[in-house]
Design a protein around this ligand. Structure first.
Ligand code: NAP
Ligand code: ZN
Length: 348
């Protein structure tokens, strides 16, 4: 069964509320799978883009890059998936497949630019539409398998929030004997706590207040501190091997760099809309690294899903019907989410 039009929720123009609509989905090609979407997570990046906070938005926009569903049709050349398979799609649906980064499985850093799952143009120049929809057609090479042990609802947020934390935690060696801090206990941050704990690191949450302390400890944090309390920065000075910041607003990096050991790394994954300033003495003293990281490649995303299934790590979610997306956006912006909204796409 091919679907040429799929029901969806779209942002018609920057900052407009989302509305129900339909979007075209291409007929399944040689290597495509048609996915019946069951759940789509709401990432803060969706809100940055829906409001054109990062600029260059393409409208109408159907956000959604935390997609979990079931394959309902496969192209004749598909070898990795069959009808009935439980699958996921993350932040990108194509890349050049030829550059050094694509060849080494770092498609997210494709030198010609990966094709975003939404708010992008595909190789035919057609706009891509994301996961707030009933169906999507994706090349099998940009589709991952959701292990049986993970529910599709709690797996959906792993496709962005999970991999965005798993990749830097692995790259910078979070594990036994390492002091790791996660800044911001939101959608990304809560998965960071779970994954860093499962990797064997000693985990500290740095949250604006102590309001989420009980949750943070239940997620696997060993320590929890409020960044609104200046004493935190004295008490924890020089403590961490690795700090991952997930904060969606500009952060005063100098204070956080002071919390690193010599040779420690502060990896920023939050994507604020404004530039930040930095006193370079904060990195010179202590040979410190300030780095960034963006999602992860396809193979690493599969590895992350298998790791999460093995360790029983789904996201903490609040499932909502599609008519509550606009309300959920407001709640994310006001910090009122524990810890990811997931849309039941059968309600679209
Ligand atoms: P989220 O659920 O809203 O969580 C962000 C957390 O940051 C909040 O829960 C809050 O935690 C903290 N925070 C928010 N405003 C703050 C402020 N003004 N000062 C200090 N802390 C603040 O968002 P998310 O979905 O996790 O996404 C977080 C950011 O990562 C967004 O900018 C998003 O676009 C970006 N992102 C990047 C990638 C990547 O590949 N690099 C991938 C996905 C998303 P506390 O209440 O605990 O302080
Ligand atoms: Zn995201």
């Amino acid at each position: 069964m091919s679907v040429t039009q799929a029901a969806a929720y779209a942002v018609p123009a920057p900052k407009s509320p989302l509305e129900r609509t339909t979007v075209p989905r291409r007929a399944v090609r040689e290597h495509d799978v048609l996915i019946h979407i069951h759940y789509a997570g709401i990432c803060h990046s969706d809100i940055h883009q829906a409001t054109d906070g990062w600029g260059e938005g393409i409208y109408p926009m159907v956000p959604g890059h935390e997609i979990a569903g079931v394959v309902t049709e496969v192209g004749p050349g598909v070898t990795r998936f069959a009808v009935g398979d439980r699958v996921g799609v993350g932040c990108f649906v194509d890349s050049c497949r030829e550059c050094a980064y694509c060849l080494r499985g770092q498609e997210q850093y494709c030198s010609r630019g990966m094709t975003g799952t939404y708010n992008a143009l595909d190789k035919d120049g057609e706009p891509t539409y994301g996961g707030y929809s009933t169906h999507i057609v994706v090349d099998e090479n940009y589709t991952v398998r959701i292990p049986d042990g993970l529910g599709l609802d709690v797996a959906a947020p792993l496709l962005c929030a999970g991999i965005t934390l798993y990749s830097p935690l692995r790259h910078w060696g979070a594990g036994p004997g390492k002091q790791v801090a996660i800044v911001g206990l939101g959608g990304l941050g809560h998965m960071g706590v779970k994954i860093a704990h499962a990797l064997g690191a000693e985990v500290t949450v740095l949250s604006q207040t102590l309001r989420k302390e009980a949750d943070g400890r239940a997620l696997g944090a060993d320590h929890f501190h409020a960044t609104s309390d200046e004493a935190t920065f004295d008490e924890l000075a020089g403590r961490f091997d690795l700090i991952v910041s997930t904060v969606s607003a500009p952060l005063g990096f100098d204070a956080y760099l002071g919390l690193l050991k010599v040779d420690g790394a502060l990896v920023n994954v939050g994507a604020p809309e404004e530039p930040v300033s930095l006193n370079l003495f904060s990195v010179i003293g202590g040979r410190k690294t300030l780095a960034g990281s963006m999602i992860g490649g396809i193979a690493e995303t599969q590895e992350m899903l298998d790791f999460c299934a093995e360790h029983g790590l789904g996201a903490e979610i609040e499932v909502i019907s599609a008519d509550r997306i606009n309300e959920a956006y407001e709640r994310v912006q006001s910090g009122d989410v524990r810890y990811r909204f997931v849309i039941d796409t059968s309600t679209i």
